[in-house]
Design a protein around this ligand. Structure first.
Ligand SMILES: NC(=O)c1ccc[n+]([C@@H]2O[C@H](COP(=O)([O-])OP(=O)(O)OC[C@H]3O[C@@H](n4cnc5c(N)ncnc54)[C@H](OP(=O)(O)O)[C@@H]3O)[C@@H](O)[C@H]2O)c1
Length: 245
């Protein structure tokens, strides 16, 4: 929590990969709800231009330059965020898809590793760095931006993709597992951890022809990031409804 003029007023939210796409929109919606938002960007220029865009609309948003691949970046970032009395909210949004159209039988091991490095290890690093700070405040909301493509239920029926994007899909299955395990570790101490499938959203990743706007894609994550203490933990959502892992 950020202390401004005496009493506690603002929750502090960190959104990884907040310089574009769904992450930037989650940052926008959280800031519009009155949170102090810190976006992370691995590229300073792209991060600055996103922050300028949001500041120009009157929203309070700061930038931390960090690549979620780098444990040193994550540690330094958390140290700085701690001075803002945060984070209360962590949205693990940064993600890559590097094996579109490639069969699981052909995907290179290095591509799988690179994908896991961002989509799974990035979230793990951020979570491990954030939880001790959240424990101090007896409050935390962690939202992992997953994908329905990582759900066993959908993988079992093929979803018309026949093993394509398997590195991406496996990374999201692992992120789902992380969601369940961390949620159990912090149960009962004010910290809620959930996963979200945003649906197919109009971003660089989702493509222009995707059915959902970024505002629609960000909605469930923002809802979970700001829910009350009696809200769910260790669950997987799409359009604010629980879905199967
Ligand atoms: N769009 C969809 O239809 C859809 C569907 C299901 C799930 N998702 C998930 O939603 C999340 C956001 O997707 P999006 O559509 O907004 O994608 P996007 O437009 O491609 O944006 C991805 C963001 O992640 C950042 N990022 C990637 N690697 C990073 C790293 N190592 N360190 C820090 N930041 C990094 C990117 O930064 P740079 O600008 O530096 O590359 C960018 O800000 C992802 O986790 C994605 O898997 C998206």
């Amino acid at each position: 929590m950020n202390k401004v003029d005496g009493p506690v007023v603002k929750r502090v939210a960190v959104v990884t990969g907040g310089n574009r796409g769904i992450g930037k929109e989650i940052a926008r919606q959280l800031a519009a709800k009155g949170l102090q938002v810190i976006i992370t960007s691995r590229d300073e220029g792209r991060g600055r231009s996103a922050v300028q865009e949001l500041l120009a609309t009157g929203l309070h948003v700061k930038l931390q330059v960090a690549d979620v691949h780098e444990i040193g970046d994550v540690a330094r970032m958390m140290e700085r965020i701690q001075s803002d009395y945060g984070p209360d909210v962590l949205v693990n949004n940064a993600g890559v898809i590097l094996d579109r159209g490639v069969s699981v039988l052909d995907v290179g091991e290095s591509v799988v590793r690179q994908t896991l490095e961002t989509n799974f290890f990035g979230a793990l690093r951020m979570t491990q760095a954030a939880i001790p700070l959240m424990k101090k405040h007896h409050y935390g909301r962690i939202v992992n931006i997953s994908s329905g493509l990582g759900a066993f239920e959908i993988m079992q029926d093929g979803y018309g993709l026949k093993g394509s994007s398997s590195a991406y899909r496996i990374s999201k299955t692992m992120l789902n597992a992380l969601t369940c395990l961390v949620s159990q570790e912090v149960a009962g101490i004010g910290i809620k951890v959930n996963a979200v499938c945003p649906g197919r959203v109009q971003t660089d990743m989702g493509g222009e022809d995707a059915p959902l706007t970024v505002a629609e894609g960000a909605d469930t994550a923002v809802w979970l990031a700001t829910m009350e203490d009696d809200g769910p933990g260790g669950e997987y959502f799409r359009e604010r409804r629980r879905i199967a892992w």
